[in-house]
Structure formats: C-alpha cells, structure tokens
Design a binder for this molecule. Structure first.
Ligand SMILES: Cc1cc2nc3c(=O)[nH]c(=O)nc-3n(C[C@H](O)[C@H](O)[C@H](O)COP(=O)(O)OP(=O)(O)OC[C@H]3O[C@@H](n4cnc5c(N)ncnc54)[C@H](O)[C@@H]3O)c2cc1C
Length: 564
C-alpha cells in the first residue's frame, strides 16, 4: 500500500496517526502505542492511495481538534484504567506477565476514527440506493452494515440447493425507480401468470387479468370469486390507476383504508373477502386491509403496467446488483453502529461501531436502517415527518401524528418452505386462500416461476401466513398445522411427502402504513443528519430505492447551500 504515516500531537496521553490519501477518506488513529501498520488501518474504502499532502495535514489538524472530545474521553478512560492497572501490576513480579498485560491494556484504549464524506448506516435497498447515488455524484462514503450481507429484508439463502427468499417477495417490473436503477436483463426476471388461483369451497377458481389473458378473463366472469360486475370494475380501476401519475397517487388527498376504498369503488363483499383480502393481505401482511388506499392504487398501477417477477438468482440478486456497482471495499459488513456521537457543537457527525471504531462524516450522516432502529439511534431527532410537498390535508395529519410509522407495531409474516419431488400445479401462478378458514394466506411454487429456485427435478413450495408471528406455535407445530390445512388443497399423500426446509418468522416485515400516512417524509431530520428507508417513503422495494436517492439529494442540496 502506497502510504506514509505521520504523527501529530493530540494530547499528552496519545498521538494521532494520519494516513493521507489525495482524496478522502482519511483515517486517524488515536492510540497510546504507535505500533501501527498499514494493515491495521484497512477500512476498505476502495479509493486510490497517494502520499500525505499538505491539505491532508491541515485536515488532520482540523480533525485532531474536532476529535478532541472522543480523544479526551478515551484518554480519561485510558488514564484511569491505566492507573488502576498499574497499581495491580506493581504487585506482580513476573516481567513476562507484566509486558503481556501492558500490551493488552494498550489495545483496549485504541480508538480508530476514520473520516469520509458520507457515513451511510444500513445496506438494505435504501442504503444501497443512497450509496449508489453518492458514487454517481463522486461523493466518498462508507456503508456500514450490521449483518453479514447486503440487502436487509431482501435476501436469499441457499438451502440444499434451493433458493429461499427471506419471506415471500415479488418484484413488480413497473416499479418506476427500480426500472431506472436496476439492470433487468442482468437480473433475468421470470414472470408470474397475471392472475391467481383462488381456493374456495374445495376447489381452485381462476382470476385472470383480461388484458393479458383474455380468454381466461372471460372464462372467469362466471366463477364465484366476485360477481361479473366486480370483474368489470377491476378493469376500470386498473385503467384509472394506470393513467394517474405516481406523485398524484402517493400524495393523494383522498386517503382512506384499502377496505373502505374497495367499498367506495363498488366491489362486492364477496370479491373483497375472496380475492382482495388474501391478495392485498399477502402484499401488505394485513388481511384487515387497513393499509392506506394510496398503496392500493400504487400497486394496482404498477401491476397494470408491469409484471410480477422473480430474479432467476433469487430476490437477493436485486440488492446484490446494486452492491456490485459500488466502489470496491466501500461496504463494511458485520459493522453494527452502536451509537451516533455529537461533535462539540452538538451536531451528530460520527457513528461508533460496537468494536469501538468511529466513522466520522464530513458532509452528513445517512441513517438507512429499519424505522425502530433509526428511532433508537436518533432519539427525539426523528420526529419530523412533514411532507416534502405538503399538498394534502392527510399529509398534514400524518405530520402531526409524529413518527407514527416507526412507533406503531410493524407488520409481521411467516414463510414456510418445503422441498417436493413434483409440483401439483405446474404453472407460475399465485395461490390465494379465498375461504375464511385456516391460517395459510397464500402460497406458490417458486420453481415454476424460476426453475433455478430448485435443483433439477425438484420443486420448491413457499407458504405464507400474514399479520402475526404465530408465536403460540413452535416450528414443528406450525409445520403440522400448515400441512393439515393443505391436505384438502392437494391431498394428504402429496403434502405429507414434502420435506420441510425452513421457517422464516419475520417480525418487522413492513412498517404500519394505515392512514394517515406521509409517503414522502423529509429526509433531513437535523443539521447534517438524513434518514431514508421504507418508513420514510412507501414500504416497497421502490419506496426504499426512492428514499435512498432523496436522502442523498437533500444532503447534497444542503452542502451546495453551505458552499455557496
Ligand atoms: C417478507 C417480506 C416480503 C416483502 N415483499 C415485498 C414485495 O413483494 N414487494 C415490495 O415492493 N416490497 C416488499 N417488501 C418490503 C421491502 O422489502 C422493504 O420495504 C425494503 O426492502 C426496505 O428496505 P430498507 O432499506 O428501507 O430497510 P432494510 O431492508 O430493513 O435495511 C436496513 C438495513 O440496516 C441494517 N441495520 C440495522 N441496524 C443497523 C445498525 N445499527 N448498524 C448498521 N446496520 C444496521 C440492517 O441489517 C439492514 O440491512 C417485503 C418485505 C418483507 C420483509
């Protein structure tokens, strides 16, 4: 590594070692001992190296004063701990023990402060979108992720050769932001049938999008999943939604619940209970259909304009594609931010990891975690939910309801996976429970949509329960309950031959999105502090991507104002 180390005085007890690059980031280490090598300092930022120059020296001096608070705290902790330990060591006669102990104590007081342009916390879709935008704008950043991989809630595990998405997830190809940001061809998107099979009264009934499957649509007019008028209404609502601009939908002043909206549109109770309840209940983990009508319209529009799909390599391929485009080494995994730290002027500028490392942001901190974690990190700072464009009375109501989307209990879901030797329904179609019985809401055979989800000759079965975690059941009890219920769907012999692979219980699947909502909250919550994530926009893949971009745009706009 082409680098040069230089010592700068920081305090009587410690020194600062500055590792200079011609571009950010610069890394500063406050430590008692100076046995530092370049490898100690590898934080993986992926920007080119060069020799320390005068501006980085000036910058080092600047940071040295800024970091005095961390250093003072570290030094005071260090000196008190050193005094205590020194007294203890004096009593020990063994010099080898003594030197070993000293080394250990010196390691304990190490505190690493790395500075970059923007510190992004959380590598879900919103954090990745923010990172992508920073990279595009040439803004240096580091992306800190607590878990062992990118994607947040959008991840895929491999189990016995099967691809298991962490919960039932569908990618709608017409998501507007996603279509700008992602390379669909590389994702190799595989399409679902545009419709569903609804389980009712001991048999499956087909519901089809007449614009895609005209014959099926006409044939389904007389089935018991709603009246013929309901099916005509679906066409009308679909057309209306497809013509409405997204902004008009997401900021619509006519906000109510999905349930009320369906009633106002004139849908029969039958259609609501047999089709919309399991369908939108499965999308929003909300069989009561209390989610905002804005999202009903948004999803309806996207479904009208695009297709339900799965990437061939699993849903996790979506965040992975974004991560692959970022500068090498800019993402730090297994790096949980324990707390945010204020500078002396009261402005949050640093994030401290559990291991003691501190990352300082020159331009701003961007919190891209789930809502409850953002609330933990930011405390009272995250109360501003005001709309970017306060065009509706509902937005004002949402504003006054403070951080409701992060304080209301989130939506939960459970997803069970099984391996089968064959598929009872050999088409890429979603199966909905249109009956009022049982706990299964929806299911499908992912390998009929994308054969890569199962090893050759095998079938993957995915079953979803929504609205709660079914904590009163153990995993084996839940598996048995689901099998029992599906005996009537496919026959006991078929269902009992399935091999259980895994059960995912996802407590925080989506934030509560009951009205009043504000689906375009201000990213900036304090000076230099920006929040993104599906609790700031809509809780969809698209909403998370939009919020990441909006947060960086807000940050850059503020920086430009300051610079001007
Ligand atoms: C089962 C399921 C099914 C879904 N289905 C769909 C669907 O079909 N269509 C759709 O559009 N949307 C769907 N969604 C919603 C969509 O996945 C989310 O809205 C979106 O992925 C949220 O992204 P995010 O970046 O806001 O948050 P997250 O994905 O939650 O990312 C937050 C990240 O922050 C990290 N983090 C948290 N705390 C810290 C910390 N202290 N330090 C460092 N890192 C931290 C987390 O590990 C995580 O990686 C589904 C969600 C689930 C759970």
């Amino acid at each position: 590594m082409d680098c040069m180390l230089r010592m700068l005085p920081m305090s009587s007890n410690s020194n600062v070692v500055a590792l200079g690059w011609s571009t950010l980031p610069k890394i500063f280490v406050a430590r008692k001992s100076l046995g530092v090598s370049c490898s100690d300092l590898q934080c993986g930022f992926g920007y080119g190296g060069s020799r320390l120059n005068s501006s980085s020296l000036a910058f080092a001096n600047f940071l040295s004063s800024r970091t005095s608070r961390f250093a003072a705290a570290a030094n005071s902790r260090a000196s008190s701990s050193l005094q205590q330990n020194q007294a203890m060591l004096d009593q020990q006669e063994s010099t080898s023990l003594l030197s070993r102990d000293r080394r250990r104590r010196e390691e304990e007081v190490d505190e690493v402060v790395a500075e970059t342009g923007v510190v992004i916390i959380g590598a879900g879709l919103s954090g990745l979108a923010a990172a992508r935008h920073c990279a595009k704008e040439g803004v240096p950043f580091v992306l800190l992720e607590s878990s062992d991989g990118v994607g947040g809630r959008v991840r895929t595990d491999v189990c016995q050769g099967f691809l298991l998405d962490r919960g039932f997830q569908i990618f709608i190809s017409a998501y507007p932001e996603a279509s700008e940001v992602l390379d669909y061809a590389a994702l190799d998107l595989k399409e679902f049938y545009a419709g569903a099979l609804v389980w009712l009264d001991g048999e499956f009934h087909r519901v089809a999008d007449p614009f895609r499957h005209f014959t099926d649509g006409v044939a389904s007019l007389g089935n018991p999943i709603g009246t013929a008028m309901d099916k005509v209404l679906v066409g009308i609502v679909r057309l209306r939604a497809s013509l409405k601009p997204i902004s008009a939908i997401l900021l619509s002043s006519e906000e109510t619940t999905i349930l009320e909206r369906l009633g106002k549109e004139g849908f029969s109770q039958q259609m609501v209970d047999r089709f919309f309840r399991p369908f939108f209940g499965g999308i929003f983990f909300d069989r009561e259909l209390q989610t905002t009508s804005r999202l009903f319209e948004f999803v309806f529009k996207c479904l009208a304009l695009g297709s339900n799909t799965l990437p061939a390599a699993g849903i996790g391929a979506i965040p992975q594609q974004l991560a692959d485009q970022l500068p090498a080494g800019s993402i730090l995994l297994n790096s949980r931010v324990a707390e945010l730290i204020e500078d002396e002027d009261g402005i949050l500028r640093s994030a401290a990891l559990q291991n003691g490392k501190v990352f300082r942001a020159k331009y701003g901190m961007l919190i891209a975690t789930e809502g409850p974690e953002a609330a933990r990190l930011l405390g009272s700072r995250i109360t501003d939910t005001s709309a970017s464009s306060p065009s509706s009375s509902s937005a004002a109501a949402a504003s006054s309801s403070s951080s409701s989307s992060i304080t209301k209990p989130p939506r939960s879901t459970v997803c069970l996976y099984f391996a089968a030797d064959s598929t009872p329904i050999n088409e890429p179609v979603l199966l909905l429970n249109g009956s009022k019985e049982g706990i299964v809401n929806n299911m499908f055979f992912p390998s009929t949509v994308a054969p890569s989800y199962a090893p050759p000759g095998k079938t993957l079965v995915s079953i979803s329960l929504v609205g709660q975690l079914y904590s009163n059941y153990s995993d084996p009890e839940l598996e048995q309950q689901v099998r029992k219920e599906l005996h009537s769907w496919f026959g006991a012999a078929v269902v009992d031959s399935w091999q259980h692979l895994r059960t995912y219980r996802i407590a925080n699947a989506q934030p509560d999105q009951t009205p009043p909502t504000n689906l375009q909250k201000q990213p900036r919550v304090d000076q230099g502090v920006y929040v993104c994530g599906d609790h700031r926009d809509s809780s969809t893949f698209d909403g998370a991507l939009v919020s990441g971009r909006r947060a960086v745009q807000a940050l850059l706009a503020d920086c430009r104002v300051i610079a001007a």
